[in-house]
Structures are given as structure tokens and as C-alpha cells.
Design a protein around this ligand. Structure first.
Ligand code: AMP
Length: 187
């Protein structure tokens, strides 16, 4: 089971990716988490990524593509994985296709979690208070949402054309949304 989880910042994709990954017993590969842990560990990758993340910009394609290329060949990925927050640009999607093709593999589905923008801003500001993430201040949130619209939303069409898209309504109780994702994966 190889899945990607997409959705605007604040849609709850990280939370759902974790639940679904546990359900299938596969790893959740979050590029955001990998980058945050690189920052914490003070690695050169972290140093490079931090300035983009703090500004609400995407980290350069080459950097995240390299992370994913190395990660999807680790021993824990043999039965599958969820890519959480990757790809986020068409270039990343094309690179992923190539990485998988070279491994003789493909994706099973692209889950897109859909939430209206006003609700997203509210959720992100709440999360900022709870988690204290450096990229959850209001101007940075606005910038992330703008970059999402510009760079990432086009992937919905990309995966629709590939026949992989599963649209999930991201408004409701957490368990309810998990149920929608499971149903979409069974269909
Ligand atoms: P996330 O935790 O998925 O919201 O990611 C937090 C931040 O990490 C994003 O705002 C980006 O700056 C960076 N990031 C995570 N994944 C990617 C990606 N696939 N491409 C570019 N930047 C990314």
C-alpha cells in the first residue's frame, strides 16, 4: 500500500496519515517532520531548510526529492508507506513517478483532504498556540496558504488525471474523517 496524503496546511493530513499508517502497519513519511528533526539536530539540511520553513515557503524541490528518494528504499518500506506532505509541486510529483518507476513500483491512491480556507486559518492559529510552531504565526500562515494555492493545489488535477485521486471532506470529527478515508481506499 503506497499512498500520498495531500491537503492545505491545517487540513489535518498529518493526523490522518498517522492513523491510517498505524492501521495498515506501514510508516508515515512526513517531509515536514524529517525537516523539523533536521533543524533540531542542527544538520546542514536543517540549516538550509529552516529559512524557507520559517517564512512559510516551500523548501527547494531538489532537497525534498533527495530526502524522499533515500527514505523510500529503507527496509521498513517493503509493504508500503504514506507520503505525508510530499509531493507539493508538479516537479516533485514527476520526480516521485520516476523514483517509483525505477523501483518497478507505483502509487495506490492520492488522498486529498479538503477544508475551506476560513476554517484553515482558524485551525492553524489554534495549533500555533498549542504547539508553538515557528511557522504558525498569522503572516506566515497566510503565506503558506498562498503558496499552497499556487504550487500544490494543481496536484489535485495531476492525480485526477492519473486516476489516483480520492477526495475526502476534511470537516467533521477526527474518527469520521478516518472512516471516510478507509471507505475511499476500499472503493
Ligand atoms: P508540514 O509539516 O507538512 O506542514 O511542512 C512544514 C514545512 O516544511 C512546509 O511549510 C515547507 O516549508 C516544508 N516542507 C514540507 N514538505 C515539503 C515539500 N514536499 N516540499 C517543500 N517543502 C516542504
Amino acid at each position: 500500500m503506497r499512498l500520498i496524503f495531500m491537503g492545505p496546511p491545517g487540513a489535518g493530513k498529518g493526523t490522518q496519515a498517522k492513523v491510517i499508517a498505524d492501521y495498515f502497519g506501514i510508516p508515515q513519511i512526513s517531509t515536514g517532520d524529517i525537516l523539523r528533526s533536521a533543524i533540531q539536530n542542527g544538520t546542514s539540511l536543517g540549516l538550509e531548510a529552516k529559512k524557507f520553513m520559517d517564512a512559510g515557503e516551500l523548501v527547494p524541490d531538489a532537497v525534498v526529492i533527495g530526502i524522499v528518494r533515500d527514505r523510500v528504499v529503507q527496509p521498513d518500506t517493503t509493504t508500503g508507506y504514506i507520503l505525508d506532505g510530499f509531493p507539493r509541486t508538479t516537479e516533485q510529483a514527476e520526480a516521485l513517478k520516476k523514483i517509483l518507476a525505477d523501483l518497478g513500483k507505483g502509487l495506490d491512491a492520492a488522498i486529498n483532504i479538503d477544508v475551506a480556507e476560513a476554517e484553515l486559518v482558524r485551525r492553524l492559529l489554534d495549533r500555533a498556540q498549542i504547539e508553538g510552531r515557528a511557522d504558525d504565526t498569522e503572516p506566515v500562515i497566510k503565506n503558506r496558504l498562498m503558496n499552497y494555492e499556487k504550487q500544490t493545489r494543481p496536484l489535485i488535477d495531476y492525480y485526477r488525471k492519473e486516476g489516483l485521486l480520492r477526495q475526502i471532506d476534511g470537516v467533521g470529527a477526527m474518527e469520521e474523517i478516518t472512516g471516510r478515508i478507509k471507505a475511499a481506499l476500499r472503493a
